[in-house]
Ligand binder design. Structure first.
Ligand code: ZN
Ligand code: ZN
Length: 284
């Protein structure tokens, strides 16, 4: 029974990502349908949406949600206590360097990847985006697991400077790690081509779950302390979520957050509670 729930729990994450990406993709398609975009406007659109969503979502989580103490207490996914750390404030120079880095990355990616137009079919876009998140989770698992091996650990240590994570730790990595993860994340578009509407949707949703995953909160995409545990324990949980860690036996069991946004965990906790009540009643 628990195995079935674990599997549904992991499928729920993939579906949520694919459905959210498809909704955003449809919206962008509708907004851009009568506009002819050239290469430079593709670059600027992809880069701007990525940067604006990263900073605005991160600031919203850190400065609005986390400052509301009752909301923070309600949403927190962290179980393991860690020493408080403050994420350094952004400097103008730091932001500019970060933005130049991502603009160069976007320029190279879009220059090398062929453009394709996948239209606005719901099913086709959903299928592509679902395949992309499952494949990315696997590639991320392998790369992240390798980063934790002695030979490559140096590349990844910057990301682990924080046990008490802030949303912005999502982007806190060495240039080598940034380059490797970006190339690995973009492999599918080098092979199958990029559709600008899918790409923009992917970057917005990618930022959303990555920022949430480092925020120590469970709001919409992140149903447990899975990645938070990775930062507090420095071991296990190398995937984006638990599926590949369960397959390769590297799972540090996360604590699920049974909330309305996470129906599988909610049903599971209700069933477990009911079963426990029945067992207690039958014993007494
Ligand atoms: Zn790590
Ligand atoms: Zn992390």
């Amino acid at each position: 029974m628990k195995r079935i729930f674990d599997l549904f729990f992991e499928i729920e994450f993939y579906l949520k990502i694919a459905i959210s990406c498809t909704i955003i993709q449809q919206l962008i398609y509708w907004l851009l349908q009568d506009i002819k975009l050239n290469f430079i406007s593709h670059v600027l659109l992809y880069w701007l949406l990525g940067s604006v969503s990263f900073y605005s979502l991160g600031i919203f989580i850190e400065k609005v949600i986390k400052k509301n103490h009752s909301l923070r207490a309600k949403l927190t996914a962290r179980v393991k206590k860690v020493k408080q750390q403050t994420y350094p404030t952004f400097t103008f120079k730091g932001i500019i360097i970060g933005e130049i880095k991502s603009l160069i990355a976007v320029l190279i990616i879009l220059y090398l990847a062929p453009e394709v137009n996948r239209g606005n079919s719901l099913l086709l876009n959903f299928g592509w985006l679902l395949m992309r998140i499952i494949a990315f989770d696997f590639c991320f698992y392998v790369t992240h697991w390798l980063f934790h091996q002695k030979q490559f650990l140096k590349i990844h240590l910057k990301h682990h400077e924080f046990s008490d994570t802030s949303s912005f730790v999502a982007g806190h990595k060495s240039l080598t790690e940034y380059t490797i993860v970006t190339i690995m994340e973009c492999l599918p578009i080098f092979i199958f081509g990029y559709d600008i509407t899918q790409l923009c949707a992917w970057t917005i949703i990618g930022n959303a779950y990555n920022l949430e995953g480092h925020s120590s909160l469970s709001m919409f995409f992140i149903p447990s302390d899975f990645h938070d545990l990775h930062h507090t324990c420095f071991k296990g949980n190398y995937g984006i979520q638990g599926f590949w860690d369960r397959v390769f036996n590297t799972l540090n069991p996360p604590t699920k957050k049974p909330r309305i946004m996470f129906p599988v965990s909610m049903i599971e906790s209700k069933l477990v509670n009911n079963t426990q009540k029945t067992q207690i009643n039958s014993k007494s």
